[in-house]
Design a protein around this ligand. Structure first.
Ligand SMILES: [Zn+2]
Length: 470
């Protein structure tokens, strides 16, 4: 039988705060075990949590980045469970009143809805030493601020899920909320998946796959689950509601725990943290400080600037790159030429040198001037790329570089006519061949003239004179 998957996501993202969510310990990745802990985040009795305001602001920014509603009132709850990576034996989270509700990300014209977004603290890490047969606890990650974004079960394909997660990571990066480095675990995805017969509207029993940490792993885990659950249903069995772990080496999922063994978390309101009130004015101030999101930029680039979808996607995929492009375009309005300089020339130079946009030696204003020189036909495309490289290596003003190196294109008709005449007389055979129907020889002759003229060659002017004379 053929089945349709029904998929919902829970995305955990670490917030880019300076300190942890309820104490003053540094919020950094890595470091020696248990070097960033204090009585509060290691859960010693008698300590009290103090909520980090920066975490609240970043969570609100995340909500706005996905077009959600930031709530005026939110509060914290205790989720009780015992596990050695959680020294307090409870996690502080938002259960009843999350900070944000609703929102969506549109993928290929389909709105994939978000149920809510809440703040919670991360747990520590267990390091298992198989040789010694012991497990050690590292509490550096205890109390690192997280947001959890819970979607509606709106996804029906791997592709939708993958594009959504990519767009989510990009939005969180644009908003300065999370660095979304999945390989370092700063963004992790849980997938809830069930299948139903094609044509049905009744959802099946779902399995939850925990902690997927790459776009590829998400795709493989979903595909494996669709196959596993289809085989169960086809053979007359029933899918069990359970939590499963994806094994990246084997490409399969294994059961961790079933619903019968599921925890009763005994949620209750956290008595040590007062509720959070945010006024409409405070929320508005945060809204005004948000950058334009990549989906809006994509529309502006394709609809107003005339870029192709591929060009626009490449530019928005990195905020610093896109910011630079915007700054150039606001100054010079040479949308296509600026895009070519950045996507062809600058990208290659950045790749070759392993540098990032922040290392670039020239500013938006120089890049914009260079695009204008090219756009106004003062220099040809080869020169534009050569000047870009010179600017990249040692800075400088594009017009000066062009002057100094004889790159300003000549449209002196008398001079060009002389050179064309010379090339035609020196290449009589090619001229003859062209006249006998070998059209390709026109390009050969063009090349000869351009070589004679040098860097100031104006291909359009040369083409015109050559066509007239041949
Ligand atoms: Zn601490």
């Amino acid at each position: 039988m053929s089945y349709i998957p029904v998929i919902g996501l829970e995305i955990h993202a670490e917030l880019l705060t300076d300190s942890k969510v309820f104490c003053g310990c540094a919020n950094e990745f890595g470091g020696d075990a248990n070097t960033r802990v204090c009585p509060r985040c290691s859960g010693l009795p008698g300590t009290l949590p103090i909520l980090n305001k920066q975490a609240v602001v970043l969570a609100a920014r995340a909500g706005l980045a996905i077009d959600g509603r930031v709530n005026n009132y939110s509060s914290f709850d205790r989720k009780n469970y015992f596990y050695p990576d959680l020294p307090k034996a409870y996690q502080i989270t938002q259960f009843e009143n999350p900070i944000c509700t609703g929102g969506y990300i549109e993928i290929d014209g389909k709105k994939l809805r978000i149920h809510h977004l809440h703040i919670e603290e991360d747990a520590g890490k267990l390091v298992h030493d198989d040789y010694e047969g012991i497990s050690m606890a590292d509490y550096n990650r205890c109390g690192v601020p997280l947001i959890e974004i819970v979607t509606e079960p709106d996804f029906r394909s791997v592709e939708e899920v993958q594009k959504f997660v990519e767009q989510m990571a990009l939005r969180l990066k644009y908003a300065g909320v999370c660095d979304a480095k999945m390989e370092q675990g700063s963004m992790r995805v849980d997938v809830n998946i069930s299948i139903m017969p094609a044509g049905s509207t009744v959802f099946g029993t779902r399995a939850e796959i925990k902690n997927l940490n790459s776009i590829k792993a998400i795709g493989r885990a979903i595909e494996y689950e669709i196959k596993r659950q289809s085989e169960i249903l086809d053979s007359g069995g029933t899918v069990v509601q359970e939590t499963r772990r994806f094994n990246d080496n084997h490409g399969d999922t294994k059961a961790l725990r079933s619903k019968e063994e599921a925890h009763d978390y005994r949620y209750f309101p956290e008595p040590d943290i007062p509720p959070v009130f945010m006024s409409d004015e405070e929320i508005d101030t945060i809204r005004k400080s948000m950058p334009e999101m990549p989906n809006k930029r994509f529309l502006r680039y394709t609809q107003e600037y005339g870029l192709t979808a591929e060009e626009a996607n490449l530019i928005v995929s990195d905020r610093a790159f896109s910011d630079l492009y915007d700054e150039c375009c606001f100054e010079g309005k040479c949308y296509k030429k600026t895009a070519s300089l950045m996507l062809v020339g600058l990208n290659r130079l950045l790749n070759d040198t392993q540098e990032s946009v922040s290392d670039i030696k020239f500013g938006a204003s120089e890049l914009s001037k260079l695009a204008s020189l090219w756009d106004e036909n003062k220099i040809n495309s080869n020169s534009a790329m050569e000047i870009l490289e010179r600017m990249f290596r040692s800075g400088g003003d594009p017009a000066e570089i062009a002057e100094k190196n004889g790159m300003i294109m000549t449209d002196n008709t008398d001079e060009l006519s002389g050179i064309v005449d010379k090339v035609l007389s020196e290449n009589a055979d090619a001229v003859e061949g062209y006249k006998n129907g070998n059209a390709k020889l026109f390009g050969f002759l063009m090349g000869r003239v351009i070589a004679e003229v040098g860097k100031s060659a104006n291909p359009a002017a040369i083409k015109k004179i050559l066509s007239e004379k041949i």
